[in-house]
Ligand binder design. Structure first.
Ligand code: IMP
Length: 177
């Protein structure tokens, strides 16, 4: 059990299990993208450890770039709008894989998918380390999923709780009290 800010967390997925699964996802990508040169678009901050482990196990030619997603209040009826920051690569005609730490409600991913698809990639798929199927509000097709987990708060391996915990080498889950 560890304490981060005011909350306690238990180990949920240990490092070995996590990294074996990430290597398996990379293996699938090696097969699926044989002879191609996919462009991995990793969503900061949370995906940095996941994508690093993934890249170490990808043996085909591939490229990587990093984006951030900023949220701001729209002035019209749209409410919250998410904007992609930092995407300077030419997307048209590329085989894109979006890399996320976790897909929760699906809002972020649906928005990203829409904006990147508008730039006319040849193909676009999603890889996420974790998925909370019960939390889904907007369904998105997730081709590569590390672990489907229950709808509980998790941290570690890139994921934070109020800025802390990203450096933890495995995934922790909020402890039952
Ligand atoms: P969505 O738009 O609801 O799918 O949320 C996606 C983002 O919320 C992720 O990229 C995370 O930054 C954050 N998030 C969702 N669930 C968790 C969690 O359990 N722990 C830490 N961050 C989370």
């Amino acid at each position: 059990m560890i304490q981060v800010h005011d909350k306690q967390f238990d180990v949920f997925i240990d490092q070995e299990t996590l990294e074996k699964r990430i290597a398996a996802l990379a293996g699938q990508m090696n097969q699926d993208y044989q002879g191609q040169r996919p462009l991995l678009i990793a969503v900061l901050n949370g995906s940095f450890l996941f994508v690093a482990e993934l890249m170490k196990n990808i043996t085909i030619d591939c490229e990587i770039t990093f984006i951030r997603v900023s949220s701001y209040e729209g002035t019209g009826t749209t409410g919250k709008v998410k904007q992609i920051l930092g995407l300077s690569e030419e997307i048209k005609g590329r085989d894109v894989i979006i890399i996320e730490d976790i897909v929760d409600t699906g809002h972020t991913m649906a928005e990203l998918l829409g904006q990147i698809t508008a730039q006319k990639p040849r193909s676009i798929e999603i890889a996420t380390m974790l998925h909370k199927p019960e939390a889904t509000r907007i369904p998105v097709t997730l081709k590569y999923v590390g672990f489907a987990i229950e709808n509980k708060f998790v941290l570690g391996y890139g994921l934070d709780y109020d800025g802390l915990g990203r450096n933890l080498p495995c995934i922790y889950q909020l402890a039952e009290v």
